[in-house]
Design a protein around this ligand. Sequence first.
Ligand SMILES: C[S@@+](CC[C@H](N)C(=O)[O-])C[C@H]1O[C@@H](n2cnc3c(N)ncnc32)[C@H](O)[C@@H]1O
Length: 222
Amino acid sequence: MKREIIITSDGSTTIHIPEWNEQYHSKHGAIQEAYHVFIKHGLQLFSNENVAILEIGFGTGLNAFITFLEYQKQQLTINYTGVEAYPIAAEEIEQLNYVKELNAEKNQTVFDTMHGCNWEEKQAINNQFSLTKQQLFFDKITAKNEYNLIYFDAFGARVQPELWTEDIFKIMFDSLQENGVLVTYSAKGSVRRAMQAVGFEVERLPGPPGKREMLRAIKKNS
Ligand SMILES: C[S@@+](CC[C@H](N)C(=O)[O-])C[C@H]1O[C@@H](n2cnc3c(N)ncnc32)[C@H](O)[C@@H]1O
């Protein structure tokens, strides 16, 4: 499918898919959305520990890069796994303005390494942060009791309803350790019910700019 780079309301870029009229991030601000959903309501729940993160849809690498910029504040060690079936192209990566918009020029090489490193190989970004990119369809994830935190950042249910089903959330539930957390920008009732059906405890939280609510699901002790 055709992809175009566009600018969102906070000045940060995202990728637009004309055929679906869908974006990789909120048009109200890609960086703002990533911080609100995945950092504020996800990563910031953890401190002084090792955190294994699974990202559903590595895409532009924005969430991985922001996680890198934030993890030291909570003294975390991060094992980050980004799953992606359709990696973006080098010409697209070049047009992303995240390093500049985040005033993170001194970490330009980190962003470049995140995109440039080999798929299926664990890459040590430094002693506390490793990244493994897996080129895989989400329904082929087989991890069990492995992750502490899932960034569930699939395209919306309007365009990919098959990714917001009980089958997919069961795979997510099984991949998490006890007390593991899944965060997503979606607040749909059908999504919440699918999460609850597979065993998650789900809470609604205030959403990022342009969205009233979002969801956070926890795998509580059974
Ligand atoms: C909403 S975008 C988010 C990307 C990323 N989190 C970011 O910040 O750029 C969803 C991503 O899921 C990928 N994707 C779509 N369907 C998939 C599938 N069935 N399995 C694996 N990846 C898929 C897309 O290629 C896209 O990169």
